[in-house]
Design a protein around this ligand. Structure first.
Ligand SMILES: Cc1ncc(COP(=O)(O)O)c(C=O)c1O
Length: 473
């Protein structure tokens, strides 16, 4: 830690302990130099750091003053969870919606009709006849060299210089997240998650016995950077795990400006981030959103992704850009899954070496865009006025906010009796702070089956709202 950071942390504690109250003057720079024994430049840097965090403010020719309640306002949004228990909830939920009879509005997977590209299936068929394509040895950790080379080239195309040795092929994105988290933590460590986040992250925390600090979503920026920095300053966080692009379940993509600011905070405090970017290819515009990895100058970010949302989760192929953590991750992999299916890796090399993937992605993106817009227009028109649905231009999820008095778990249970699935809050927030949201999968054409399911959902919400209003008149 730099001296200025040490001093800033010390002063911050004094502010927190109310040694100085709001709007009280801090010792002048010169006084602080005398008191602390640090140089003027160190003291200036510390004061500027506190100012950047909004803890103090400066007045021309008067000096520095303590800001009002800045700390308290961010701190109250940061939550600590010592024991995570979500796995059995997720397990029961996934079992309950597995049958083909259930209308999959609650599914996390994109409609399989849009994936499993015909060219890839053809490649698989051709390779299946070649004995050498099954050999496992070339695919042992860190995975097929050619596949890693292609993935490295794709990073380079986005301005992220990458060597194949930075990449470890994993059994899907979830394996990439789990391996990364396991490599970076020990039981009892603190990690930081977004308050509402893909259940796999919470399950990994539960499995590894980690304590979770959460920060709330920011209504405009997606990430509350103030709360983020407060959490980092207040807890010994080992690593953060977040989604910045097409966030699951909410759907937002964080702007480049906020990503850059986030990267600066990570660098300032030397905090690692595991970036879950499995929806990175499902953007709608002309330009692919940058990953956080792009802004990483110091190899603090492990970038996890997979082919599950673009080619099919059934292939179970993902990867982590692990950089210097590659070796460590491979050790864990050797002890657990050994390696990813070599046959599939070979087929992906063949498929990705041509332009097939780009063409497939183009069609996939435009189909998802069309469908999501249709679902949004329908829901926005027909949902009770007390409900809101935001439209974010990527991916295939819509996140519906219900009135606070409605419990989305009960809605999920009632609809399941009608063989309709929706994904309730409880799956994405082990702290169960909010219960009034549901996630809808929009990757299925709106045929009569889906239309009926949406009508049932709307009807159920309207009935519950009417009931509540009646009881509270
Ligand atoms: C945000 C997020 N991360 C990771 C995964 C897991 O991806 P994979 O199927 O590649 O393991 C999912 C799957 O739903 C997801 O939504």
């Amino acid at each position: 830690m730099y001296k200025s950071e040490q001093l800033a942390q010390h002063l911050k504690q004094l502010i927190e302990n109310k040694t100085w109250k709001a709007h009280e003057k801090l010792p002048s720079l010169r006084q602080q130099v005398e008191r602390s024994g640090f140089s003027l430049i160190t003291v200036m840097n510390a004061y500027q750091e506190l100012e950047a965090q909004g803890l103090i403010y400066s007045k021309e020719k008067s000096g520095y003053f303590v800001a009002e309640n800045q700390h308290d306002s961010a701190e109250k949004h940061v939550a600590i969870n010592h024991k995570i228990e979500i796995n059995s909830i997720v397990f029961k939920y996934l079992k309950s919606i597995q049958s083909e009879q259930i209308i999959p509005l609650g599914s996390a997977f994109p409609n399989s009709q849009l994936l499993y590209s015909a060219k890839l299936i053809q490649t698989l068929g051709q390779l299946a006849k070649q004995r050498r394509s099954y050999e496992q040895t070339p695919s042992l950790p860190p995975g097929n060299y050619e596949l890693r080379k292609i993935i490295a080239q794709r990073y380079a195309m986005q301005g992220i210089p990458t060597d194949p040795s930075d990449i470890v092929i994993t059994s899907g994105g979830l394996d990439a997240l789990n391996l990364s988290l396991q490599a970076m933590t020990q039981s009892g460590d603190y990690i930081l998650l977004q308050q509402t986040l893909f259940y796999g992250a919470w399950q990994a925390a539960e499995r590894l016995g980690l304590k979770v600090i959460t920060i709330p979503e920011h209504p405009v920026d997606g990430i509350d950077l103030e709360a983020f920095e407060q959490a980092i300053l207040n807890y010994p966080i080992k690593v953060c795990l977040m989604m910045l692009n097409s966030q699951n379940p909410i759907g937002f993509t964080v702007s480049d400006e906020i990503k850059l600011r986030l990267a600066k905070i990570l660098h300032r405090h030397q905090i690692h981030l595991i970036e879950d970017d499995v929806y990175e290819e499902l953007y709608y515009g002309n330009k692919k959103p940058l990953s956080m990895k792009y802004f990483d100058q110091q190899n603090l970010i492990l970038h996890c992704s997979s082919f599950s949302k673009t080619l099919g989760a059934g292939f179970r192929v993902g990867w982590v850009y692990a950089g210097k953590y590659s070796e460590n991750i491979q050790h864990i992999q050797l002890m657990s899954t050994l390696s990813v299916n070599s046959f599939i890796q070979n087929a992906l090399v063949e498929y990705l070496s041509h332009r097939h993937y780009e063409k497939h992605l183009k069609t996939l993106r435009s189909t998802l865009q069309r469908l999501k817009k249709q679902y949004f227009n329908y829901l926005n028109t027909h949902l009770p006025t007390q409900c809101t649905v935001d439209y974010y231009p990527s991916g295939y999820f819509l996140w519906i906010e219900l009135p606070e008095y409605l419990d989305s778990t009960l809605i999920y249970q009632r609809l399941l009796e009608k063989k309709i699935s929706v994904a309730p809050n409880i799956l994405f927030n082990a702290t169960m702070q909010n219960k009034n949201h549901i996630r809808i999968n929009c990757s299925f054409e709106i045929n009569t089956r889906i239309q009926t399911a949406l009508e049932h959902l709307i009807e159920d919400l309207q009935q519950q709202i009417d009931l509540h209003l009646e009881q509270h008149e």
